[in-house]
Design a protein around this ligand. Structure first.
Ligand code: ADP
Length: 172
C-alpha cells in the first residue's frame, strides 16, 4: 500500500492545493494531508481550523486523511510508514527551495523520496498569501478558494479589519 504525504501550511487551503490533493489521491492508495506547524509564521487560522477546513473540502475523497504535526517532516513520514512526499510546483521560484528540502529530507530519511506535481496553469499564480492580500480588498474569491470555506475566510478577514485599516499589520 503506497502512502503519500502532502505537507504544507494551508493557511487557508486554496483551490491550487485542492487540485494537487485530487490528483495525488488518484495516484496513491492513501494520501495524508498534513498541516505542518511553522513557528516562524503568524497564521491567519489555527492548526485545528486549517485541519477542519481541509477535512470539509476533501470529504468526498475516501483515501484522503487530514492530520497536523509539529514534527520534522522526515520523522513524521517514517512514523506514518510513508516513503513519498508530494509537493506542488508553481514557478521556477518554488523549485530552488523545494529541491533543497527534498535533498535534506532524503538525507535524514533515505527511505523517503519527494515527487512533484506541476501546478495547473490556472493556479500557477495562486498562493495562500495572495488570497489573503486579495481578501482585504473584497475581491471575488470563487476562483481561488474552495466554495465551502469562503464564508470562514470572509468572516476572519472582517474580524481582522474591524475598526482597523487595510495597511495595518494583522496577526498573519
Ligand atoms: P502557500 O505557498 O500557498 O502558503 P503551502 O506552504 O501551504 O502554500 O504549500 C503546500 C504545498 O502546496 C507546497 O508544495 C506548494 O508548492 C504547493 N502549492 C501551493 N499553492 C499551489 C498551487 N496554486 N498549485 C500547486 N501547488 C501549490
Amino acid at each position: 500500500m503506497k502512502v503519500a504525504i502532502y505537507p504544507g501550511s494551508f493557511d487557508p487551503i486554496t483551490s491550487g492545493h485542492l487540485n494537487i490533493i485530487r490528483r495525488a489521491a488518484k495516484i496513491f492508495d492513501r494520501l495524508i494531508v498534513c498541516v505542518m506547524v511553522n513557528a516562524g509564521k503568524h497564521p491567519m487560522f489555527t492548526q485545528e481550523e486549517r485541519v477542519d477546513m481541509i477535512r470539509r473540502v476533501t470529504n468526498d475523497l475516501p483515501n484522503v486523511e487530514v492530520d497536523s504535526s509539529e514534527e520534522l517532516l522526515a520523522e513524521y513520514a517514517r512514523r506514518k510508514g510513508s516513503c513519498v512526499i508530494v509537493k506542488g510546483l508553481r514557478a521556477g521560484s518554488d523549485f530552488e527551495n523545494e529541491f533543497q528540502m527534498a535533498l535534506i529530507n532524503h538525507k535524514i530519511n533515505p527511505g523517503l523520496d519527494t515527487m512533484f506535481l506541476t501546478a495547473e496553469h490556472q493556479y500557477m499564480y495562486l498562493s495562500s498569501s495572495t488570497v489573503k492580500e486579495l481578501g482585504k480588498y473584497g475581491v471575488e474569491l470563487s476562483d481561488f478558494l474552495p466554495e465551502e470555506i469562503i464564508p470562514d475566510f470572509k468572516k476572519r478577514i472582517a474580524n481582522a479589519f474591524q475598526g482597523g485599516n487595510r495597511n495595518e499589520r494583522t496577526e498573519y
